[in-house]
Ligand binder design. Structure first.
Ligand SMILES: O=C(O)C[C@H]1C=CC(=O)O1
Ligand SMILES: [Mn+2]
Length: 369
């Protein structure tokens, strides 16, 4: 039986300012959920977002309030091992709130996988890979600093895929910044950009033409999320791969984007999809439509990152790797043992459930009062 559900906000400084077109992050607010069951088993989930309300429609505070006020009372007293019934109730009664639903589903699945003594991946159909390629995001806002950071990551053998956050400056200034980094890193790295919706379609035509010519491998969400037709026109116009991120809020969007032939690649995010099982549905639509997969992040800490890793470990094809580096951007760790990054890959945890343990003493000390 589900005994109680608690939510925690944890403000953690980032290792350096992280500049996106929608926000500059100096701290990240982790939203963590603990679900305790009458059989003594505890499950954890995470609903972290980026930049308060500047990236998505749910803020850390709204997620906490909505779980505490509306979702937890629906679930307390239900059978904890009946994850699908519990989530069916949540999905029937609660509109929207994809991030909150994701955290709840993660906690239920973590608890159930622990109960069964298996890694969470095995409840999701089973893993076909034990490690995932991980991109690093260069977003200091400074070209020289970004190049030095990229060189350091290559030397450490931690990352050889780099995503650059652009869209804040004039299109051609951004292009010059990106191409300088590409020239410095050369064939040793895959260099990609994320515009986070900042360009008009005409900006995008100019910007993508120059980036494609300069050897950039992937263009993420160049135009507004709602402008599916523009994304489709850009996909038809250019050879370089176009990725949908903010345009993709779960399986229905995955289908609509596929029907519009609007993207070469989907950024699969468990929070944006509204949970782990909807994220698997996004991946299935992609597979059937011939769309490539990429494991996306909302810069979650260890819990959400592990959950996404379990999901991505089940993908037969993962052509574009992942960006599951969230914990590495943070100055403090909430896990007892950090996730393992080695040889350019994140190792998918092997223990029961998520395969990570929360340091509850640390959490108590770090949580927002
Ligand atoms: O992809 C996004 O838009 C969000 C995010 C992922 C990595 C990062 O730095 O920001
Ligand atoms: Mn993105």
């Amino acid at each position: 039986m589900i005994q109680n559900i608690e939510t925690f906000l944890v403000d953690v400084p980032t290792i350096r300012p992280h500049k996106l077109s929608v926000a500059t992050m100096n701290t990240q607010t982790l939203v963590l959920v603990r679900l305790r069951c009458a059989d003594g088993i505890t499950g954890w989930g995470e609903a972290t977002t980026i930049g308060g309300l500047s990236y998505g429609g749910e803020s850390p505070e709204s997620i906490k309030t909505n779980i505490d006020t509306y979702i937890a009372p629906l679930l307390v007293g239900m059978e904890a091992s009946e994850v699908a019934k519990a989530m069916a109730r949540v999905r029937k009664v609660i509109q929207g709130n994809r991030f909150a639903k994701c955290a709840i589903e993660t906690a239920l699945l973590d608890a159930q996988a622990r109960r069964l003594g298996v890694p969470l991946s095995e409840l999701l159909g089973g893993r076909v890979r034990d490690a995932l390629p991980v991109a690093w995001v260069l977003a200091s806002g400074d070209t020289v600093r970004d190049i030095a950071e990229g060189e350091k990551m290559l030397e450490l053998r931690r990352h050889r895929i780099f995503k650059l956050k652009i869209g804040l400056r004039d299109v051609m200034d951004d292009v010059a910044h990106v191409l300088e980094i590409k020239r410095a890193l050369g064939e040793r790295a895959s260099v990609r950009v994320d515009v986070n919706q900042a360009w008009s379609e005409t900006d995008a035509v100019r910007g993508i033409a120059a980036l494609e010519a300069g050897g950039i491998d992937l263009i993420e969400q160049p135009v507004k999320a709602g402008n599916r037709a523009a994304l489709a026109r850009l996909k038809q116009r250019f050879d370089v791969a176009i990725m949908a991120d903010e345009a993709l809020h779960g399986p229905a969007d995955a289908l609509a984007l596929a029907q519009a032939d609007a993207a070469d690649v989907y950024a699969v995010k468990i929070t944006q999809s509204g949970g782990l099982l909807p994220a698997l549905e996004v991946a299935t639509v992609a597979r059937l439509a011939g769309v490539g997969l990429y494991g996306g992040t909302m810069l979650e800490g260890g819990v959400g990152t592990a959950a996404t890793a379990h999901v991505c470990s089940t993908f037969a094809e993962l052509a574009w790797g992942t960006e599951l580096f969230g914990p590495l951007l943070l100055t403090q760790e909430v896990l007892r043992e950090p996730l393992v990054y080695r040889d350019f890959m994140l190792q998918v945890p092997t223990g029961p459930g998520l395969g990570v343990e929360i340091d509850t003493d640390k959490l108590r000390a770090m949580q927002r009062q």
